[in-house]
Every structure is written in C-alpha cells, then in structure tokens.
Ligand binder design. Structure first.
Ligand code: CA
Ligand code: CA
Ligand code: CA
Ligand code: CA
Length: 426
C-alpha cells in the first residue's frame, strides 16, 4: 500500500510547541508492575464485556437509598443517591500468565464515583464469564463514602486446563441492584492466561524480520527545527507504515526517525481522507486521528516476555485539531508509573492537496521520556502505528502499523525492531 508523497503540500495551520505535564521519574526497578485500567487504553476496543445474561438488572443510576431508615420504608422509585464505580487500578492485569491450578488473589481498586456511601449490604459479585473458583459474592465490610477508593479482592484459582479465561464482576447494592463502571452497569474483569502465549525462546538482539523489519534511526548532528516543515530533514519519510492491523482504515503514512543525545526526532506524514480529532488529548487521544509509538528499551533483557514491563513504552502523539483550537499533545499509557502527559516539542500541520489530505507531525521527544538516551548502537523493540477516525463523534475505527502483528499492543514479542545507528545517514 505504498503511496507517493508529492511535495505539493498546502500548509494550512498550526505550529505549536507543547509544554505540558510533569517531570518524569526515572525508570524504577521492574518489580510489581501495575497495569492500568483496560478501558483507558486501546485494549478496551477489543474487549467488549458480553451482554449480561442474568436476570435484568437496574442501571447504576437507579435509586439506592442510603439512609439508616429500615429498608422496608424505602421507596425504590424515589431515588436519592446513585451508585457508580470508577476503575483506578488492578492486580493481575489482562493476560497475566498464571500456572494452571494456581490460587491467586485479584484486587480491583475502585473509586466510589456515585453519591451513595458504600458499606454494609454492598458486595462484590460475580456477574458472568469464567468464575475461576471465586465466590458468588464478597460482602463489603468497610464504609466507603463518595470520592473514596476501596480495594475489592477476591480469591480465585487459575483453571487447570491451558487457555485464556475472563470473568466479569460487578458491585451490588443492598437492594440487589448491580452496578459497574459506567451508567449502563459496565462490568470490570479478570483476564488471565494459563497458556504460555509464545513458545519458549532464547534472547536475541532483534525481532523476526517478518514482524516489520528493521527501522533505522540515524544520528544527527543538526537537529531539525520543530516546525512541521520537513525540508530540514535530509531525506524525510523514508519508512513506510504498510500494515492494516485493526479495523477499517484507508490511511497511509510514512515517517523517519533520527536521534541525538537529547532527543528522538520524528517526522511523520499521514494521508487521511477525513481528519477528525474527537478528543481533547489525554488518555483518550487514540480515539482521534493520532500516532502511536511502542518502544521496548530493553529488548534483550526480557526478550521472551509476552507482557509489558517497566522498560516498555506506549506513547500517543495527537496532532491536535489542526485548526488552532487545540494544540498537539502527548500521552503515555505505559509504563504505568510514568503514565500521563509528557513534555514533548511537537509541530503539526494539515496537508491539503489531491490524494494527500492528512497531516504532518514533527516532534522532538526527549530521551528522558523513555528512561534515558542510547548508549551507542542499540536495538530496541519498536512499532509506529497510526489511528484513524473518519467519523465525527465516533471512536478510532482502524489502525495501520509498521508491525503486522500489532493486533494487540501489549505483547512486546510482537513488535518490530528499531536500530539506533551511531553514524549519520539518510
Ligand atoms: Ca522542521
Ligand atoms: Ca481515514
Ligand atoms: Ca522489554
Ligand atoms: Ca481520519
């Protein structure tokens, strides 16, 4: 799906330099890695909880009286408070490997996002899917006022048969009304695998050629000016983004990476028939037209790990709305201890010409974002992907990537390879 990129680009908008967020902590020791809420990442797009098949349940907005008056006097049609949970964090994140038959304790940290105080009579309840030996319900013992968080734990056991298992859980009010993390009562879940996702392997320096080949980032002694004008790149856009990996998209993209000891530089041009910026950045920025970088900074150290750890980064770059209202922005989803806005210099511009509608992003990403600069010639795990939103008000509809196996993002073994070159080059 290669396309040519004529230089007849009509620059129509923005140059913006984004300065948001906070200083980054240095990489922490890779212990007790805590994964974020699945519904805040692209994972959510692939994991739609099944429709509840148990008896009809009221939504989270149904009346749940909290007064100490005996319940017999309460009127279920006179709502005076609402029940709603908000996901904060969890142990045993999606697709954690657990040996068959092993007992484990799953904890969801949830925030009371409603107006009722949770307490006696409330319970964590199994809703659907794989129960994994868990109880039907776990009564609450603490009192949790609105705005407070609480750790809901349940003792489970990984099934003895190899496979992937997912159980959906909800909270339940004293009136027996089940509720979850949105107004429709969305469940939260535990999803594990008892099968090794990848065959046993020995550490290597690169991912297989078939996972996207090797993308080279050459050293530069003349860093580009971040202005969305790519004439200061010797040879911009030498790399293709050739694979449709998810959904339905007609986008194309080309890019080039360079580096010096301060920054990783990115020039990317996306050809996109309909540009839509459906979010204002932040952790939802992937829902609009945007670019994603996956970077494994310690490729050899955990080459055979199928889950992300503290050296594995997922960063989204939004060009903003390209009409001057909303500037470009960056959000890091992983590692969780670095999650948030990042300080990255970005310029973006809309491109308007026959067959080349789309946008250009030029960025200088400080190496501190990724835990430090390369020590020399190195191989990293890498994928550059482009999210496409073509319908206003809708979410991301598709994605192209340099890595053909980027159907889920969270397995670094499926990413391609980035070669950091110590010499200058095209
Ligand atoms: Ca430039
Ligand atoms: Ca498109
Ligand atoms: Ca790694
Ligand atoms: Ca689009």
């Amino acid at each position: 799906m290669k396309k040519s990129f004529p230089n007849r680009i009509v620059a129509s908008t923005i140059m913006a330099c984004l300065l948001v967020g906070c200083a980054l902590p240095m990489a922490s020791t890779p212990t007790q890695f805590v994964f974020p809420t699945p519904n805040l990442t692209m994972t959510a797009l692939f994991q739609i909880p099944p429709t509840n098949t148990v008896a009809p349940q009221a939504t989270a907005t149904q009346a749940v009286p909290t007064s100490s008056t005996p319940s017999a006097t309460l009127s279920p049609t006179a709502p005076n408070c609402t029940n709603l949970a908000q996901f904060v964090s969890e142990t045993f994140p999606d697709l954690t490997y657990i040996a068959p038959g092993t007992a484990f304790t799953k904890t969801w940290t949830l925030k009371n996002a409603g107006t009722c105080t949770w307490g006696a009579g409330y319970a964590l309840v199994f809703d659907s899917g794989d129960q994994m030996g868990g109880p039907a319900s776990v009564p609450m013992t603490a009192s949790v006022p609105p705005g407070a968080v609480y750790n809901f734990t349940v003792n489970l056991k990984a099934p003895a048969t190899l496979g992937q298992y997912q159980g959906f859980w909800k909270l339940q009010s004293p009136q027996g009304v089940r509720f979850g993390t949105d107004a429709s009562g969305k469940a939260f879940w535990v999803k594990i695998t008892t099968a090794v996702l990848a065959p046993a392997c020995a550490a290597q320096t690169k991912r297989p050629e078939s996972y996207g080949g090797i993308i080279e980032a050459y050293y530069t002694s003349t860093p580009p000016t971040i202005d969305a004008v790519l004439t200061d790149w010797d040879s911009p856009l030498i790399d293709d983004v050739p694979y449709d990996v998810w959904g339905d998209t007609d986008n194309d993209a080309r890019f080039t990476l360079k580096w010096d000891h301060d920054n990783l530089y990115l020039a990317v041009k996306v050809v996109d028939d309909n540009f839509y910026q459906s979010t204002s950045g932040g952790e939802d920025l992937f829902k609009g037209d945007s670019v994603e970088i996956l970077l494994d900074k310690d490729l050899k150290g955990d080459y055979c790990s199928t889950v992300m750890s503290s050296d594995d980064y997922q960063v989204g770059i939004s060009p903003g709305d390209l009409i001057g209202t909303q500037g470009p922005s960056v959000w890091m989803w992983y590692p969780l201890d670095k999650k948030g806005y990042k300080i990255v210099a970005i310029a973006s511009v809309m491109t308007i010409a026959p067959d080349t509608n789309g946008y250009i992003i030029e960025a200088a990403i400080p190496w501190s974002t990724f835990g430090g600069a390369p020590a020399g010639s190195e191989y990293y795990g890498f994928a550059l992907s482009v999210s496409d939103n073509d319908e206003s008000g809708q979410q991301q509809q598709g994605m192209i990537s340099t890595a053909p196996k980027r159907t889920i993002f969270s397995n670094p073994m499926l990413w391609g390879t980035l070669q950091i070159e110590i010499q200058t080059g095209p």
